[in-house]
Design a protein around this ligand. Structure first.
Ligand code: SF4
Length: 420
């Protein structure tokens, strides 16, 4: 029951012992590793990997169709899971990842609780996982060590996603890159489980992963590279973007997707910007600055290993992406994906990926401003870039989305082909 002070059902210490915590899926490789980190700290985590159209129907039943598409999907996935009969609703909790930004996403958690009430599960605790102290749950605490482990899990996920994407269009054996990424994810999760000091060996782990992907037999042809940017959920989630990555690969492209790590770093940096521009959170400033430094140093470690190895493209440092973004938009623009979205378009173009799909939920105001709205100034500055915005929502037809993507590919700039 909700406590008098809280207007939500808290996740208590007792619940930690025997409740299963369900998490929505967005990026399978990353989230499997994130789940393992939380399991290592005593939580019974389960990642929802369901991906069927009934999730949208369930979401629309409990959430107004005007609501952001990612909220409809995630809430639909949660309620479908509870209704599936697989879990005891009285021994289940849900976890929701919140950035604490000013966008509507910060209210998804209230929408979820309202939907749970409506579906008859108002007693199910919903944990807010955030780094900004939005809500507190006595049974769910993130220590500094847990956070450092989570950061590493995100970096491992980004590395696996990038290497898989760099191998998949050229693999000789169909499915080899996906299978390898899955296998390494399982092995990593196992290592995380049995070796508490694994995160002190990250360089060696990165090198091991690079060696394994370098051994995937590949053809020598070169394909057009297509970048994916956009609202964080529909950019990454195959459920949200109708399997956009697979569609692009099937159409003969190599997909380049900027990683999750940049988005997390962006959310931290926007807090620093708030202090600079509005004087907000001055007391937290030194802590935030230290956290940003840790993030940048962790990313640098991965980039250094990849550059030294030289067999695959390394990510662009976050500071470089931020500098590119400042050419077209102020760093105070932070709703939704804020300045990061145009910055990622520019970074892709800068690194030779001139064809870019911007995935956005229909009616997502901030991303229509920083996504679609920034296309004209970006094209004026960089006429070689080939940009297309694709809207995703429950009413959008898949055929229409796919036709627009095929049209974009038919205009794909030859400069988008791999030249390195
Ligand atoms: S970024 Fe767009 S989809 Fe996400 S919460 Fe904000 S308005 Fe909704």
């Amino acid at each position: 029951m909700p406590s008098e002070k809280r207007r939500y059902v808290a996740f208590t210490r007792e619940m930690k012992k025997d409740y299963t915590i369900l998490a929505p899926n967005m990026l399978t490789l990353h989230f499997r590793l994130l789940m393992q980190v939380l399991r290592n700290h005593g939580y019974h985590m389960e990642l929802l990997e369901t991906d069927d159209p009934s999730i949208i129907e369930t979401g629309l039943k409990y959430v107004h169709n005007d609501t952001c598409y990612p909220a409809i999907l995630v809430i639909g996935q949660f309620i479908s899971a509870i209704q599936s009969g697989k879990y005891d609703p009285h021994r289940v909790a849900l976890i929701y990842f919140q950035t604490g930004g000013g966008c509507r996403a910060s209210n998804y958690i209230s929408l979820l609780r309202k939907a749970l009430e409506k579906a008859g599960y108002g007693y199910v605790p919903v944990i807010s996982m955030n780094l900004t102290g939005l809500e507190r749950h006595p049974g769910f605490r993130l220590s500094v060590r847990t956070m450092i482990e989570l950061i590493h899990a995100v970096l491992f996920g980004d590395l696996l996603m990038s290497l898989r994407n760099q191998c998949k269009p050229y693999e000789i054996t169909p499915g080899a890159s996906d299978a390898l990424a899955d296998r390494i994810t399982r092995e990593l999760a196992d290592k995380m489980k049995h070796d508490p000091a694994y995160f002190a060996q990250t360089r060696a782990i990165y090198r091991h992963i690079l060696d394994q992907f370098a051994a995937v037999p590949r053809s020598g042809e070169r394909k057009v590279r297509v970048g994916i940017v956009g609202e964080i959920y529909v950019k990454f989630s195959p459920l949200g973007n109708n399997h956009l990555e697979q569609l692009l690969v099937d159409e003969g492209a190599e997909v380049v997707t900027p990683g999750l790590f940049d988005f997390l770093t962006f959310t931290l940096f926007t807090k620093l910007t708030d202090t600079k521009l509005y004087g907000m959170g001055r007391l937290r400033y030194p802590l935030l600055r230290a956290a940003c430094r840790v993030m940048l140093s962790k990313q640098k470690e991965l980039i250094d290993v990849m550059k030294k190895d030289g067999r695959f493209r390394a990510p662009t440092p976050f500071e470089r992406i931020a500098a590119l973004g400042r050419e077209v938009v102020d760093e105070g623009v932070k709703m939704g994906e804020g300045w990061l979205l145009p910055a990622e378009m520019l970074e892709l173009n800068d690194s030779g990926v001139h064809n870019v799909v911007c995935a956005q939920p229909f009616g997502c105001l901030p991303n229509h401003i920083v996504g679609k709205g920034m296309m004209k100034p970006i094209k004026e500055k960089h006429p070689e870039i080939n940009l297309v915005a694709i809207d995703y929502d429950s009413g959008a037809t898949r055929v229409n989305q796919e036709n627009r993507i095929r049209l974009m590919l038919s205009n794909a700039s030859p400069g988008g082909a791999v030249t390195d």
